[in-house]
Design a protein around this ligand. Structure first.
Ligand SMILES: Nc1ncnc2c1ncn2[C@@H]1O[C@H](COP(=O)(O)OP(=O)(O)O)[C@@H](O)[C@H]1O
Ligand SMILES: [Mg+2]
Length: 291
């Protein structure tokens, strides 16, 4: 049987610090009425239906829902990375008050990989097997910053240490096939951080990892957020993964948000039947709490 992920506990000090230093009232990302149509050989359908949310600076906003509910397409649309079969047919996406979804007014390239970085579910497939890790990280860094290769190497070694590698030099020289899934995800996190993003979109960042590594990677993301101050859009099918980390949670089902609330409210007083079902799948929430 698959071992259940045990949520990590949020400490008072981290919450306070986030409240004091990072949180602000200005939405960093604002999505309104987002609709995405998907064309499949047999039929077209709306995979995302009028989804809207606001993610504030310094906040962890989570989208949780079963597989196929439209979470990834929602995330990809923020960076204009939708696959060919999917099209944004309606809605508006604003980043730091500027509309991204109206072509020509503001280029996505200006935020993609620079102000907004993305971490995916399968880190090993995101890495190029042909080049050493250091070379790939240097390419990313030097695309965004005018620095020499020697400076880039120094910066990358520092980042690799920050994400927990004591042997940063060895990882720098390694190929992706020499890394475990957890190590590869650390590399992806370091790569995301290398551009000092304001927002990180983490789409199922721990789903491909074993339970112990999941907890370690989630803790790492939280501690790095305290250090670097990025906001986080966290996406997962697993409510227990997001419930201890996020400030607010939106529950997604069949392409729509069925409920959105502060994490505490959502856990203590779920309004939607589907949210209750998700909660009941977490062992620590007994059914008696929910009736
Ligand atoms: N490239 C694609 N081609 C065809 N259908 C897709 C594609 N990407 C996603 N879909 C469909 O869109 C729906 C939402 O997908 P997705 O956003 O990946 O869901 P989630 O991330 O919540 O699992 C699903 O029904 C999925 O099959
Ligand atoms: Mg997905």
């Amino acid at each position: 049987m698959k071992q259940k992920f045990q949520p990590i506990k949020r400490t008072d000090s981290s919450t306070k610090m986030i409240g004091k230093i990072l949180h602000s009232d200005e939405p960093l990302l604002e999505v309104n009425n987002l609709s995405i149509q998907v064309s499949q050989p047999d039929a077209n359908f709306f995979a995302v239906k009028k989804v809207g949310f606001r993610l504030f600076r310094g906040e962890i906003f989570a989208i949780v829902g079963e597989s196929g509910s439209g979470k990834t397409l929602t995330a990809l649309s923020v960076l204009d990375l939708l696959p060919a079969q999917a099209e944004m047919t309606g809605g508006k996406i604003c980043y730091a008050g500027r509309e991204l979804s109206r072509k020509g007014t503001f280029t996505y390239a200006g935020i993609r990989g620079k102000k907004v970085a993305m971490i995916f579910q399968n880190p090993l497939s995101a890495l190029n097997p042909v080049f050493r890790i250091g070379r790939q990280m240097r390419d990313v860094l030097q695309t965004h910053a005018a620095i020499s290769s020697a400076e880039a190497e120094g910066e990358i070694l520092t980042l690799l240490r920050r994400v927990g590698f004591h042997d940063a030099g060895e990882v720098y020289r390694a190929y992706s096939h020499q890394l475990s899934g957890g190590m590869a995800q650390r590399v992806m996190i370091a790569m995301a951080l290398s551009c000092r993003p304001e927002l990180i979109i983490a789409d199922e960042p721990t789903t491909a990892l074993d339970v112990t590594t999941q907890a370690t990677i989630l803790r790492l993301i939280v501690s790095l957020r305290e250090k670097y101050g990025f906001s986080l859009l966290l996406i997962s099918h697993d409510l227990s993964v997001v419930s201890e980390l996020s400030d607010r949670i939106a529950v997604m089902k069949d392409g729509a948000f069925v409920e959105e609330n502060s994490t505490r409210q959502l856990l203590e007083q779920p309004r939607n039947e589907y949210t209750r079902l998700l909660l009941m799948s977490i062992p620590e929430f007994s059914p008696s709490v929910l009736v």
